[in-house]
Each structure stands twice: as C-alpha cells, then as structure tokens.
Design a protein. Structure first.
Ligand code: PEP
Ligand code: MN
Length: 257
C-alpha cells in the first residue's frame, strides 16, 4: 500500500479516483473542477502545469503558477494532488508543491528524469510509455525503485497501435499482468487511453473489473473550451455518473470504493 497524502493506494485499499483537468488553465477553472470532482467522490486531484504537447504552438501549461494554484486548491479542499514533471530541473519544484510526481508516457525511458524522481521525497506515478512493452515498464519501475524509497504507482494509459479511430488502445490485460508482476498499485487512465469522452466510462469500468487500484480521469467544467484534451475530458455531470458506476463495479468485484 502506498500513501499519497492521506489517501491509501493499493490492493487492500478502496479504488482511488484521481481526477482533474488535463491542464491547469486558471485558478477559477482548477478550483471549479476540483470542487466538482471532490463532491463526486474523487480522492486525489490531478492537473498539468508542465505539459508535454505534440505541437510547440499548443498551450504549454502555466508552470510554477500552475503548481501554486494546485497546492492552494488542494489545501483548501484537504486533498492530495499529482502533476507531471517533464524535466530533471522540474522535479524538486513539483515535489515541493504536490503529493506525487508523475512521469509522463513520453518520458518513461528518460533515465535521468526517473533517477531525479526516485530521489525526491514523494511517491512516483509512472505512466506506461506510448509503445512500451510490459517488460520495459518493469525496467522503468525498477530504475525508480533502485534509487528511491520504493513508492511507485504504475499507470496503464494506452499504447499507440494501428487503430486510427482511437488516440491509443488500452491494454486491459496489462492492468492484470502488472498487478501479478509487481506488488505495486496499478492505475488506469481511460482518458488518454481512448482519447474520447464517449469511451471513458466503458474503459474505466473494464479497468476496475480487471483489478485496477485506481483510475486517472480528465474532467473539465466546459470540455469544448478546454485548452488541452477537451475531446477526452468529462464534464462534471458525466464524472458524477462515472463515480456511481465505478462504485457499482467495485462492489461487483468485491472491492471497497
Ligand atoms: C497527462 O496525464 O497529463 C498526460 C500527458 O498523460 P500521458 O503522459 O499518459 O500522455
Ligand atoms: Mn491530457
């Protein structure tokens, strides 16, 4: 079991839902989202301050001011928060302002970044690389564990495949396989995993059925207006429905939620 702030994550813990916007866009946007997901039962917040974008012309994130916004809102609501560190030089700052340091899919094999994250005093959320095999995920897990205190959360977030109608293809079997291979919490991200709002619920529930210890879900107060990943973000009302379904699925597989 790994504690993120006050929240236990792992097989003896309830399914933890980590929710928030893809990017922190403003204090008001993050606070509104955080209040909505917290009321619906999310146990941790997420948000991007340093954004790995496919295009240099896309919104790159608010950086340090985004971190400050997340910390302020998380403290107001009494929740923990996770965000990504993209470079070695960001790790200490991210660790100072948040409760778990995320390594993004594009950086899963970035050894200096993994080493810096391992050395910070926060748990590390390690996302599966876009084309990484399960064995390669395990090597990255071991890299972090070898240098750190062992607190790693692994996240399946879909892989790049030949299927063009989905941003990525989620590997539900990897959720089960990763849980067999390592005694670490395994989280599923159905938002980046599918890249489609209308598929998030189905895939999230499949992940819980396969044993996911947590979910990471993108939520935005007004998805069409989101500065990043609106096409895969849930509106607050859809997130509330998802939470109800997740509780039902967790109960069906004898899992507290
Ligand atoms: C994210 O979670 O904000 C993100 C960019 O995800 P990934 O690294 O999986 O693409
Ligand atoms: Mn995103």
């Amino acid at each position: 079991m790994i504690w993120v702030g006050d929240v236990p994550l792992g097989r003896d813990a309830p399914v933890a839902v980590i929710a928030g916007p893809c990017s922190v866009e403003s204090f008001e946007q993050f606070r509104e989202t955080a209040i909505a997901v917290s009321k619906a039962g999310a146990s941790l917040l997420r948000g991007g301050a340093f954004k790995p974008r496919s295009s240099p012309y896309s919104f790159q994130g608010l950086g340090l001011s985004g971190l400050k916004i997340m910390r302020r809102v998380a403290d107001e609501l009494g929740l923990g928060v996770v965000t990504e560190a993209m470079g070695v030089e960001d790790v200490e700052l991210v660790a100072e302002f948040t409760d778990m340091v995320q390594i993004g899919a594009r950086n899963m094999e970035n050894a200096p970044l993994l080493e810096a994250a391992a050395r910070c005093d926060r748990p590390v959320l390690l996302k599966r690389g876009i084309t990484a095999t399960i064995e390669e995920v395990m090597v990255a897990v071991e890299t972090v564990q070898a240098l750190g205190d062992g607190r790693v959360v692994v996240c399946e977030r879909g892989s790049r495949t030949f299927e063009p109608s989905l941003r990525n293809s989620v590997d539900i079997s990897a959720v089960a396989e990763l849980r067999l291979r390592c005694n670490l919490p395994v989280v599923l991200d159905p938002s980046h995993g599918t890249g489609r709002t209308d598929l998030v619920r189905a895939v999230a529930l499949a992940g819980v059925a396969a044993g996911a210890d947590g979910l990471m879900v993108e939520v935005h107060p007004n998805p069409p207006m989101a500065l990043s990943d609106g096409f895969q973000s849930l509106a607050p009302a859809d997130f509330r429905d998802l939470m109800t379904s997740v509780q039902g699925m967790a109960a069906a597989v004898d899992r507290p939620c």
